[in-house]
Every structure is written in C-alpha cells, then in structure tokens.
Write a protein of this length. Structure first.
Length: 258
C-alpha cells in the first residue's frame, strides 16, 4: 500500500524540518532568560548541534514520534538524523533541509523545494526552538534543544524526574516518576503509570544506558533489549527520548531534579 501524500510530506518534515532556534537581542526581547547572554535573532544565530523530539500525527490516524540530532550551520542549512516511529514501526532517517529565522525570533523550516513545512519560535536565547508542522492534515509538534560539545555515560549522573506520554498497543499511556543514573551505565526507576485510565505503581532496577560522544544513546532493559532511544541536551540536565517497544508511539522527557 502506497503512503498517502500527507504521510510522504510529513516524513519529509520529520527529516528535513530544521527548526531554527534562537534568541532575542535582549534576553527578554524574545523570551530569553534574563540572566542569559543577549542574542539577536537571525538565521546566523541558530547554529550548532541540537537534540530534537517530535510527537503527534503525520496524518489522521497515523501516529508519529521521533528523536534525534540536528546540526544547523548558521547559513540556513541543516542536517538531521532521527529514529522515527510511524504507528509503532521504527526506521532511521537522515536528511538535509533549510531554515530561516527573523528578527522577531519566529522562523520557518522548508523542504528542498523551498516550501514551508514547519513554523518555528526560538526561545531561551539560542538554546531552544519550538515548532509545529504546517503540512495539511498533520498535527505534529517539534522541539529542539542545544546539546553539549561531547557526552559520556559519566555526564548522566544523579536523579531525574520524567514524564512519558503517547500510544501503546494496549492503548493510551501516561507516566510520571523518577530515575537515578549512576554515571557508569546503570539506572533504577519508580513511576506511576496510567494505561486506559487504570493507575499503577511500577519500579525497576538492573536497567542499563549508554551515551555516545554525540549525545545520542539508548536505554536497555535487564533482558538486553533497547527500550528507548535518547539524546542528552543542556549538558545532560535534560534528556529527550522515545520508546523503542514495537507498536509504541511514546515520547519521554527527563529533567534533573537538583
């Protein structure tokens, strides 16, 4: 069965949509932190490596989630690699695209033909970009956050709060909890989950993780199976992720508790 035109265009968005993120001429002018550096919003201001996360529907009835790495060159070009789930079926996408950022900190991401595929808003200086797909039929949010120059397992260390949401084979899933990473590739967690309106408490130990130098990585369950793809951002104070369980379209967001 051939994919719909909307789905083809959304996968273009997923791999080409390169949000531009960034900042105001004063820390307040475009939502930047009052204590952060002053940055003038422009295409040139959005440059470097960012973690990305997408969640929503690429077309009616087609669930879409993605997590990955995007590099903006400051000249209006970007390169992106992502792990994608479309209705619970996983694939890897690599692509190039275009972007532009205006002085008011709004912007657009375009496909290779120059057609808009996402609207963008840069926040927190040039540290984050928020966006949505503007492809007809889609309902898809995108989020970019700056990553550090290099990562390792040791950077992911301490207690983090987390939230998960999305769709599983068994229906809707929500979860909130805490996880402790030991800086050596081991973790344990506790969480409260809601599946189809049923609340449960769950905890686990013996879970592994690995973080590559480019800040992408995986979480691994005690059986050795990868259960989530992740990317560490903001010097590993936050982690963006998505479930790798077949049939799932679930995003995960971790933030350091202290």
């Amino acid at each position: 069965m051939k994919p719909s035109a909307a789905l083809v265009r959304i996968s273009v968005f997923a791999r080409k949509v390169a949000p531009a993120m960034l900042v105001s001429s004063t820390a307040i002018a475009c939502g930047g932190s009052p204590t952060g550096p002053s940055v003038t919003c422009s295409t040139a201001a959005l440059h470097g490596s960012y973690g990305s996360q997408r969640n929503g529907q690429s077309a009616p009835g087609t669930a879409f989630t993605a997590v990955g790495l995007t590099t903006f060159d400051g000249l209006g070009h970007l390169m992106e690699q992502m792990t994608v789930s479309i209705n619970g079926v996983f694939s890897t996408i690599m692509n190039q695209s275009g972007y532009s950022i205006e002085a008011d900190c709004t912007g657009v991401q375009t496909d290779t033909n120059g057609n808009p595929v996402a609207k963008l808003t840069m926040v927190h200086g040039n540290d984050e970009v928020l966006g949505i797909s503007v492809i007809p039929g889609s309902n898809l949010a995108v989020h970019f956050e700056r990553i550090p120059s290099a990562c390792s397992n040791a950077m992911l260390n301490g207690q983090y709060g987390f939230q998960r949401n999305g769709q599983t084979n068994g229906g809707p899933l929500l979860a909130i909890g805490t996880i402790t990473f030991d800086g050596r590739g081991n973790s344990e967690f506790q969480q409260t989950t809601i599946r189809n309106g049923v609340v449960m408490s769950v905890s686990g130990a013996g879970f592994k993780y690995s973080l590559n130098p480019n800040c992408t990585g995986n979480q691994i369950d005690p059986t050795g199976s990868v259960f989530s793809a992740i990317v560490a951002v903001h010097n590993a104070d936050e982690v963006l992720g998505m479930s790798m369980t077949p049939g799932n379209n679930v995003v995960i967001h971790y933030e350091r508790t202290k």
